[in-house]
Design a binder for this molecule. Structure first.
Ligand code: NAP
Ligand code: 8YV
Length: 323
């Protein structure tokens, strides 16, 4: 083991560019998962940083006596116990902004796919049904004239809203704090937003506060033309209530990139033709994932070289000296 290089633990899978770049800067150690029982005495005494894909429980932090920094691959860090990190003087970093455009573009694509059933139309063509059976059935829904509500209007929510403006759609939003820098209608509650719109785009973080907030009442409020698009976190939408609402025609459709128990997707959702499903790919282009990978490594490098993380999460704003 090198005495000079910080020891960075990778507990589980990691983007290859992160591993490749880290190898030139750090002493990199890999274990199968974020399990404290996998930590040897040597790791416990030596590891000062972690690179993770959104999975570091407090037990792993506690097992690493010299841990200073957790660098998360992803802007959402609901799988990292940032509260515990803050109390323990450990900085947590994430990858904001570099993925805004990719995720916003995917949200718009998923919205249109859901409304116009374009994946099913392509499958119709590929299956030879255009030749055999004639034109694909008309889509019951379209984008024009929709009232769109954004649940979340942060970095990505605003990028989605800017794109929606290009479609001449009415845009409203719900967040805890009203923004004074946007022209969209604000609703102080999610229910008020759902009553005012027919299309709800979910782009809030997954948290105890947002868990299952898109529930039966919210779906009822969206109404029979209602469509839910979720590109935030699966936990925010009550999947059981969503399936029931779709089966019973309480709402008209849903487009989901994220799920409650990934990679498991309920059979009942897959059986519904008015649903468009993606395997958590909103940021998943080579270029955007490379930018995220670089930010994971740059945060670690900046912390150990300059004592300051580039993009710490709000809970852990401290520098290396003041922690
Ligand atoms: P952000 O800039 O922090 O924005 C979060 C927004 O959610 C803010 O407008 C915030 O406003 C609002 N919010 C947070 N908690 C809320 C609550 N309890 N009730 C109502 N509004 C709430 O985050 P971002 O960069 O836009 O990313 C948002 C999330 O998208 C990430 O945390 C991640 O989970 C998800 N994401 C998913 C993918 C994917 O691959 N599908 C990719 C990237 C990100 P207030 O603080 O004023 O409430
Ligand atoms: C993740 C995401 O990076 O950034 C987020 O919050 O959800 C994605 O971009 C992806 O889940 C990593 O595999």
């Amino acid at each position: 083991m090198s005495q000079d290089r910080p020891i960075i633990l990778v507990p589980g899978k990691m983007h290859p560019r992160v591993l490749e770049r880290m190898t030139t800067l750090f002493d990199v150690r890999q274990v199968d998962g974020p399990d404290a029982s996998l930590i040897t005495p040597e790791l416990a005494a030596g590891v000062t940083g972690i690179a993770t894909v959104n999975n570091v429980p407090s037990s792993l932090m506690d097992a690493l006596k010299k841990l200073e920094i957790v660098s998360n691959f992803g802007v959402g860090y609901d799988g990292v116990d940032a509260g515990h990190a803050a109390r323990s003087g450990i900085v947590v970093t994430h990858t904001p902004d570099v993925l805004n455009d990719e995720v916003a573009d995917t949200a718009i694509g998923l919205l249109i796919n859901t409304l116009r059933r374009l994946p099913a139309a392509e499958q119709w063509l590929r299956d030879g049904r255009w030749v055999k059976d004639g034109p694909f059935p008309l889509s019951p829904l379209s984008l024009g004239g929709r009232q769109v509500g954004l649940y979340g209007l942060g970095r990505i929510g605003q990028a989605i809203a800017r794109r929606l403006q290009g479609f001449d759609l009415d845009i409203a939003y719900h967040t805890r704090s009203r923004r004074d820098d946007v022209p969209y209608a604000y609703h102080a509650t999610l229910l008020a937003l759902a009553q005012a719109v027919d299309t709800l785009i979910v782009i809030v973080p997954g948290s105890a506060e947002t868990k299952h907030t898109v529930n039966a009442d919210i779906l009822q409020a969206l109404g029979p033309d209602g469509v839910v698009i979720n590109v935030g976190r699966g936990i925010t939408v009550d999947e059981t209530a969503l399936i029931a609402a779709l089966q019973q025609g309480v709402i008209a459709g849903a487009g989901l990139d994220v799920f409650e128990r990934e990679p498991q997707v309920p059979e009942a959702l897959m059986a519904l033709p008015q649903v468009s499903l993606l395997p958590h790919v909103a940021s998943a282009s080579v270029g955007t994932r490379n930018k995220m990978a670089d930010l994971v490594v740059d945060n670690l490098a900046s912390w150990f070289q300059n004592g300051k993380a580039l993009t710490p999460v709000a809970e852990t704003p401290f520098t290396r000296r003041a922690r």
